[in-house]
Ligand binder design. Structure first.
Ligand code: GLC
Ligand code: MG
Length: 601
């Protein structure tokens, strides 16, 4: 590979500016000196606990099995809460734990106010929450408002025409074309299995399902449905939860006149694939934001009524374009997940993160598009996407974690990413995810979400310490013998120890609310400086490429001449405590370091 040319100072700014509309504007308007300052972004001083929290997502069926049935459970999770404390996280988010036929791993809920028996009971849940509280951890539940399982009592009654459930779902008689009955329009379901409509003989109508055929879309134009959603939230607040991650936020309301959706024109999608169409009538509708606002009011009313001074929080899940995502802030989401390190600017294809410029552009685009006073957040992995170590490559794990934990705002992480777990290969026969099962043996792999959902690797004993059972719901990744938490705690340097160190640094005022200046420096280095008056600045450098890169920190204002290494990635050969002068820092391929200024020694 030919190393990229060194970019002179002005050129570097132009190169950056090409990726950044605000900088382009400033390039035209102001002098060269001000241009450098144009990249400095102010960070609002946090006033509430959640604004600097680390959120840890637990996949219940694969975290810890307490009873040897090969499936994770609530008591298993409770027994491992000390791991979260040891790591330094403040909030845990439980992916769905409710009764479910488990067609979509619990995102098909048959009762919103109980626990899936294989996971435990409401008493086990209460014990989990009580234990978490004792340990200083907050608990967030995954709430799935858009749909219920087709086994939910509401749907069974709705099919039978029993009031008040008749209009709880989106029913339609369809149309007759040349004597054949057809769905009312061309809408497709998100799991790539064709029509979003399914005929029910009993009701003599089609129901809408934007996800699998077993996940029935609720009718959000029915006020009773909205009341049910509030009652569900109240039920869990009464049991002590601190908030919700709201699933599938772009989907509750569709255009009631049911128009056909236009073709997307995107290459590579066949007629039954979701992205064959452009979802202008079924996704990102303004009405969804108004529903979110109703939930925000409900949540805040709850807090006002119990008057305990706590803040109850709402995280929202939406894969969409940046303006649709940012709008959730305005309508009451504390944290609309920032998926732009995972998906492209439309929230459709995989994000392109090939170069240091791509990385810096994603950071600055998010920061500049946020409404005033909003809290940033960073997400690199979850249960729907390839693991960080697989997507970004094992050489970049520590660098990604420095971004995740040392950029301003909320850090969102998925269980196992702290030790660098990788995707697990599963055969077609082993595949369980409906999004993959609706394809075929020749093309299931890119659709399958099972690879990132396999059991947590605690140690090198049976089933990686996840279960005493050698047969588990999803298979354990065979790399567990060397890749596991116990090993990473034993050795001197590990991804886990670096995560702990980075999380610890989050209590430093500079990381809490210092300014952010993210730029590309040297040949290929993602660099960001966090600065705050009266504090030593912190600078993070990540060499994004596989060649050595030499850089200088002179682009950043007020950086002292000398810096010391606070944290370094496990392969860099750079040692904590090493010193650098700011004018010349040589970083080996993929090396990542966290530096702190030294002025007082
Ligand atoms: C969300 C969940 C995903 C689920 C879908 C349908 O995107 O994260 O796992 O399949 O909603 O509920
Ligand atoms: Mg179990």
């Amino acid at each position: 590979m030919i190393p990229p040319k060194k970019i002179p100072k002005a050129g570097r700014i132009e190169q950056y500016a090409m990726n950044n509309s605000r900088a382009v504007l400033l390039l035209l308007l102001v002098s060269g000196k001000a241009l450098i300052d144009a990249t400095v972004i102010n960070v609002t001083e946090p006033t509430e606990w959640w604004q600097t929290a680390t959120l840890y997502q637990i996949w219940p069926s694969s975290f810890k099995d307490s009873d040897g049935d090969g499936i994770g459970d609530l008591n298993g999770i409770t027994s491992k809460l000390n791991h979260l404390v040891d790591m330094g996280v403040e909030v845990l988010w439980l992916s769905p734990i409710y009764p479910s036929p488990m067609v979509d791993s619990g995102y098909d809920i048959s009762n919103f106010v109980d626990i899936y028996p294989t996971f435990g009971t409401l008493q086990d849940f209460d014990y989990l929450v009580a234990t978490a509280k004792k340990l200083g951890l907050k608990v967030i539940l995954d709430y799935v408002p858009n749909h219920t399982s087709d086994e939910h009592e509401w749907f069974i009654k709705s099919k039978a025409g029993i009031e008040p459930y008749t209009d709880y779902f989106v029913w339609n008689k369809g149309i007759v074309v040349n004597g054949t009955r057809k769905p009312p329009n061309n809408w497709l379901c998100a799991f790539n299995s064709g029509s979003a409509w399914e005929w029910v003989e009993e009701r003599e109508a089609y129901y809408l399902h934007q996800f699998s055929v077993h996940q029935v879309d609720l009718n959000f134009l029915n006020p009773r449905v909205i009341q049910e959603t509030k009652d569900i939230m109240t039920f869990w607040f009464d049991r002590g939860v601190d908030g919700f991650r709201i699933d599938s936020m772009p989907y509750p309301v569709e255009d009631p006149s049911l128009p056909d959706e236009p073709l997307s024109g995107l290459p590579g999608y066949s007629e039954t694939d979701y992205y064959y169409l452009d979802h202008i009538y079924t996704k990102d509708r303004i009405e969804n934001y108004h529903i979110l606002q109703t939930w925000r009011e409900h949540v805040d009313n709850y807090t006002a009524t119990v008057n305990d001074g706590a803040t109850r929080i709402i995280f929202t899940e939406a894969y969409a374009n940046i303006s649709s995502v940012m709008k959730y802030y305005n309508f009451g989401s504390n944290v609309p997940f920032n998926f732009f390190f995972i998906k492209d600017k439309n929230g459709i294809e995989s994000a392109t993160v090939n170069t240091a410029i791509d990385v810096v552009d994603i950071i600055n685009t998010w920061m500049e598009n946020m409404p005033d006073g909003a809290t940033a957040n960073w997400v690199f992995g979850n249960h729907d996407n390839s693991r960080v170590a697989t997507k970004y490559g094992s050489d970049r794990i520590d660098g990604i974690n420095f971004l995740l934990y040392l950029l301003p705002g909320v850090a969102v992480t998925y269980n196992g990413d702290e030790i660098g777990m990788t995707d697990t290969y599963l055969t077609w026969e082993e595949t369980q995810d409906p999004q993959a099962c609706s394809t075929d043996e020749t093309r299931y792999q890119p659709y399958s979400r099972d690879p990132e959902r396999t059991p947590y690797q605690w140690d090198n004993t049976t089933s990686a310490g996840f279960s005493t059972n050698s047969i588990t719901k999803l298979p354990v990744n065979q790399n567990y013998l060397t890749l596991n938490l116990a090993t990473e705690k034993e050795v001197d340097v590990s991804h886990y120890k670096n995560v702990q160190a980075a999380i610890k640094l989050r209590s430093n005022e500079v990381i809490r609310h210092g300014t952010l200046d993210a730029q590309v420096i040297g040949e290929s280095v993602v660099a960001f400086a966090r600065e705050l008056d009266g504090h030593e600045p912190v600078v993070v450098l990540i060499n994004w490429d596989n060649i050595t890169s030499t850089c200088s920190l002179e682009v950043f204002e007020n950086i002292p001449d000398n810096m010391k290494v606070l944290i370094s990635d496990i392969n860099s050969g750079i040692t904590v405590g090493d010193r650098y002068t700011k004018t010349r820092i040589e970083l080996p391929a993929y090396a990542a370091v966290v530096l702190q200024g030294i002025t007082d020694e």
